[in-house]
Design a protein around this ligand. Structure first.
Ligand code: NAD
Length: 496
């Protein structure tokens, strides 16, 4: 059985004290590897390595740090197929989808290559007579990233390229469900010239995370995952004096207006609801049909949902792969049963999908509910599977009110041909990201990603300018040389 260890001080490091967890191929249900769950000793070793590396790495000029990222991006581009195969194997998503997440991750590396410009400070000449003020950004120290299973490459790349080019060192704790890609990224960064200790990877679960949250030498925590865990991380890390950005769960709505182009809308909805088997934090899990558009939407949508090709992610014909684990499959199936119990109309029942030759994998067919009410669990909870709920409302105002009352506020989109409706929606909706005729509005790398309400804790979004802000701290200096005005007396100096 392949054993997946840790990556500390530039080498794969095994720990005999580690407990072991299983890694599955979700397409077959077979265990394909075992992953070491870091003990406190391993986490301490990783943080120690990162702390030691920080003193020299933070002194490397930003342009030299950026050059390593240029090489890293080039190497990743060349090996993208190997990475995509590993992601598909351990996660279950299709190869095309895995390649897509690699490209989105590479875009953040490209952004990080501009760090000399991004870290440029500000200078104010003559704020008082002979006195100047300037501000610059410094690295914060050892940063830790705790990432979810659903984007084993893209989400670590939301964090570590920016943290590292800002002069920090990093300890990554990826999901124990698909841990191999993180080790591959660490090895590639070493090949690109990153000094040992600047990036360390510890595998594991809650215990490893708690060790990172409590460690006095960890200055910043970036988390992406579920809301229940994110809230714990935010509170614990903040209570221990760390800065935290925690991006969490979601229930993303797509509003369909009666004037929407329905061909475009249905295409977008199928991809956004069922791509990656719904295991995306920006997946559309609720379509809000406004006015009388609901019947036509269902008429066009249901045959598309029924005919989705389900199978192993490595099969080029597959449109939708399995879910990540057997437990997660059971959870999604229980939500479908619950939706029926609650009285929603199950238009397409994914439990009946023809999955004959793939019985042992963690598959659930695409499912579609109509007439879902806001009081139902299938509306309120994040299911994180291929289950789309249609809610019918009389007006755009009612659609916006519905979205704004939901506890999550990650993304929302509207499909319409009316500029007025689109603008009103954008202005009034309480989510961190908005799409106008774009179903999954994940911002490009030079903007920043983050939700509102219980979809995020902390006040800095990830990547883009917000990411640079999160991974740096500001120092502002006021300077006077001997020819400047002298301040005397005990009154507050005003520098006039
Ligand atoms: P998860 O919260 O179970 O796990 C995320 C990370 O936290 C993993 O590394 C895991 O090992 C660790 N962890 C799990 N339980 C823990 C605990 N009790 N204490 C400390 N650490 C713990 O999430 P997941 O199932 O891997 O990922 C799916 C979730 O992630 C969904 O809710 C999804 O919406 C969310 N997500 C959000 C975004 C976003 O940007 N908002 C992006 C991707 C995924």
């Amino acid at each position: 059985m392949r054993r997946i260890s840790h990556f500390i001080s530039g080498v794969i490091t095994s720990d005999t004290r580690s407990k072991i967890g299983p890694v599955f191929n979700p397409a077959t249900g077979a265990q394909i590897a075992e992953v070491e769950m870091a003990s406190s000793h391993t986490v301490a070793q990783a943080v120690e390595s990162a702390s030691t590396a920080f003193s020299s790495w933070s002194e490397v000029p930003a342009s030299a740090r950026a050059r390593i990222m240029f090489r890293f991006k080039d190497l990743l581009e060349r090996r993208a197929d190997d990475f995509a195969k590993m992601v598909s194997l351990e996660h279950g998503k299709t190869l095309d989808d895995a390649r897509g997440e690699i490209v989105r991750g590479m875009e953040v590396i490209e952004f990080a290559c501009g760090i000399p410009h991004l870290m440029k400070g500000e200078f104010s000449d003559q704020v008082g007579r002979g006195i100047d003020t300037f501000s610059k950004r410094h690295a914060v120290g050892v940063c830790a990233g705790i990432t979810p299973f659903n984007f084993p490459i893209m989400v670590p790349l939301w964090m570590l390229p920016i943290a590292i080019v800002c002069g920090n060192t990093f300890v990554l704790k990826p999901s124990e469900k698909d841990p191999s890609a993180s080790l591959m990224l660490a090895e590639l960064l070493m090949e690109a010239g990153l000094p040992a200790g600047v990036l360390n990877v510890v595998n594991g679960g809650r215990e490893a995370v708690d060790d990172l949250l409590l460690h006095p030498n960890v200055a910043a925590i970036s988390f992406v995952g579920s809301t229940i865990v994110g809230e714990h991380i935010y509170k614990t890390a903040a209570a221990h004096g760390k800065r935290v950005q925690a991006l969490c769960g979601a229930k993303n709505h797509m509003v369909v207006m009666p004037d929407a182009d329905l061909d475009q809308t249905v295409d977008a909805l199928v991809g956004a609801a069922y791509g990656s088997a719904g295991e995306r934090c920006m997946a559309i899990s609720v379509a809000v049909a406004v006015g009388d558009v609901g019947d036509e939407l269902i008429r066009r949508l249901s045959p598309r949902v029924r005919s989705l090709k389900i199978g192993a992610g490595c099969n080029p014909d597959t449109e939708m792969g399995p879910l990540v684990t057997q437990e997660h499959r059971a959870k999604v199936l229980s939500y479908i049963a619950k939706g029926v119990e609650e009285g929603a109309e199950l238009v397409v029942d994914g439990r009946r999908a023809s999955l004959c030759d793939i019985d042992t994998g963690f598959y659930v067919g695409a499912s579609l509910f109509d007439n879902v009410a806001p009081s139902m669990c299938i509306y309120k909870d994040e299911i994180f599977g291929p289950v789309l709920a249609i809610v019918r409302v009389p007006s755009l105002g009612a659609a916006i009110e519905l979205i704004n009352l939901h506890e999550y506020g990650n993304g929302a989109s509207i499909f319409t041909s009316s500029g007025d409706a689109a603008r009103a929606f954008d202005h009034q909706v309480s989510t961190g990201m908005v799409g106008i005729n774009v179903p999954i509005p994940v911002p490009v790398a030079f903007h920043s990603f983050g939700g509102w309400k219980r979809s995020a804790f902390g006040d800095r979004n990830v990547y883009g300018p917000e990411g640079v802000g999160f991974y740096t701290r500001l120092k502002t200096t006021t300077s006077r040389w001997s020819s400047g005005t002298r301040v005397s007396g005990l009154a507050m100096p005003t520098l006039g």
